[in-house]
Design a protein around this ligand. Structure first.
Ligand SMILES: Cc1cc2nc3c(=O)[nH]c(=O)nc-3n(C[C@H](O)[C@H](O)[C@H](O)COP(=O)(O)OP(=O)(O)OC[C@H]3O[C@@H](n4cnc5c(N)ncnc54)[C@H](O)[C@@H]3O)c2cc1C
Length: 447
């Protein structure tokens, strides 16, 4: 018997094994720069099918890596069975209880679309495309994190499958240690089949992007620093240096443009937001301003990040300040060949330990740096890494060395995401719950 036959006997979902038609497409992650040398791909039918797969892997001495989308793919999947969860597509928004329950294949955009008509939001990030479960297992840094903390700390319960293929519901009451680990410690301890989490009121949401030619960057960064120094927790602002590629898919005015933007959301009425953002209006020469009342369902339009798969490289750093030296370093040279150098304002609830919070902990650092490069031209890889390293090098005395789990990049380890005591506790959970290594997350805690 081949592994393909064994797997088809074990699960009801589609199985694809190396050499079979459709395998190459099925193993491809969202980040097309990442090669995935997996043994097989299983598209589970439902939660019972996920349990059947875990039970099979346990008995066969094999490893399963869950990957709804591949936004966080690292390539550390040699010889594993890749689990696709797209058919676990339940979206159940209960406005009266302000809670949502979603399956492990659901993307943030689907939740926002379902919550929006009720004037509610979940703690989504910049893109509608990552899965709710993958994002939340890694902590989940949302537009609304300053007000409500990490997305992981808004979870009420997970439905999981353990390393022997047994299903259960995990909450603070039923299994406090696993519940803690799943809230920000990554996907190493169980396969999640569904998650239930709090929704928050957003009857009035204001947001959008203001863009200027990059020559305005010094004024824009100065305004961003002033705005974020005083911002209430309802206001979130991100600063971005962008270099758009000269491709026909973009509107003509953006092709090849070097630009600076401030992206904002405000949980409240537009008039209040406009007053808080007045400094931006004093900067001449804006070439785009999309700010205005925004339905929750349109949150992803602010940054308009690509939702289709593409090849990219990423590096993140937590900034301990955004003082004159950091500002000067950020503006010292054009960002080319990178496409984006972004500074997100953190603080607020993200900086406070949550009551009974998860492994995501809290972030003392007030700003988060993210550097993105496109690998559409693969030969650019060394130059992109050099530029990321050069910017990180200029900022080395202003970065903490820690990175949020969701902000780890290729080649980095989970050790960079957690303080020592948290990592030790996560490793204990991993050894106790999955001693034979049936599960492999993208950044394994034991590496
Ligand atoms: C364009 C873009 C924008 C982003 N914006 C943000 C942002 O604003 N805030 C933020 O915090 N992060 C952001 N991220 C990072 C993103 O949240 C992480 O990459 C996250 O891991 C993506 O989850 P996924 O399930 O979509 O990806 P995948 O690569 O499919 O999964 C990532 C990992 O999650 C685990 N996992 C997923 N599903 C399961 C499951 N059912 N059971 C067990 N483990 C599972 C696995 O370990 C898997 O390797 C962004 C990433 C991209 C590419």
């Amino acid at each position: 018997m081949t592994i393909g036959n064994d797997l088809r006997n074990a699960v009801r979902g589609r199985v694809l094994v190396s050499g079979e038609e459709g395998f190459e497409q099925a193993r491809r992650p969202w980040n097309l720069a990442v090669e995935q040398p997996v043994m097989a791909v299983v598209e589970a039918e439902d939660a019972d099918d996920v349990a059947a797969l875990a039970g099979f892997a346990h008995l066969a001495g094999l490893t399963v890596a869950a990957q709804p989308s591949g936004h966080g793919a690292t390539g550390d999947v040699e010889g594993v069975i890749l689990l696709r969860t797209g058919r676990l597509d339940e979206v159940d928004v209960r406005p009266d209880q302000r809670v949502a329950r979603v399956g492990a294949g659901v993307k943030w955009g689907e939740v926002l679309a379902a919550a929006s008509p009720h004037g509610l939001t979940g703690l989504a990030g910049s893109s509608p495309a990552p899965s709710v479960v993958g994002y939340t297992l890694g902590g989940g840094l949302s537009w609304f994190g300053r007000k409500y903390g990490f997305a992981a700390d808004s979870v009420r319960a997970f439905d999981v499958v353990d390393a022997e293929g047994v299903r259960s519901r995990v909450s603070a009451d039923s299994d406090a240690e696993l519940f803690w680990a799943l809230r920000g410690g990554g996907g190493d301890y169980a396969l999640v089949t569904a998650v239930e989490f709090d929704l928050y009121p957003a009857p009035h949401l204001y947001g959008g992007r203001v863009m200027w030619p990059v020559e305005r960057a010094p004024e824009v960064l100065a305004a961003f620093r002033e705005i974020t120094a005083e911002a209430p927790e309802e206001l979130t602002a991100w600063f971005d240096l962008l270099k758009f590629p000269a491709i026909p898919a973009l509107p003509e005015f953006l092709r090849g443009l070097a630009a600076v933007t401030v992206d904002v959301t405000f949980l409240g009425e537009g008039g209040e937001a406009q007053a808080l953002l007045r400094r931006l209006d004093k900067i001449d020469g804006a070439i785009m301003d999309t700010r205005g009342p925004l339905p929750v369902s349109e949150l992803g339009s602010i940054c308009a990040e690509p939702t289709d798969p593409g090849p990219s490289t990423f590096r993140g750093e937590l900034l301990t300040s955004l003082d004159d030296a950091v500002a000067a370093a950020l503006l010292s040279e054009p960002i080319d060949p990178l496409v984006s150098v972004q500074v997100r304002h953190l603080g607020g609830a993200l900086a406070r330990p949550a009551a009974d919070g998860g492994a995501c902990g809290h972030l003392d650092e007030p700003y988060l740096l993210g550097m993105v490069g496109s690998l559409a031209v693969p030969e650019l890889a060394p130059a992109l890494k050099e530029r990321q390293d050069a910017i990180a090098g200029l900022l080395v005395s202003h970065t903490s060395g820690r990175k949020p789990y969701n902000y780890l990049g290729g080649g980095e380890k989970a050790t960079a995401a957690f303080p020592g005591d948290v990592l030790a506790r996560l490793r204990d959970v991993k050894r106790a719950r999955d001693p034979r290594g049936v599960f492999r997350s993208n950044y394994p805690v034991l590496d």
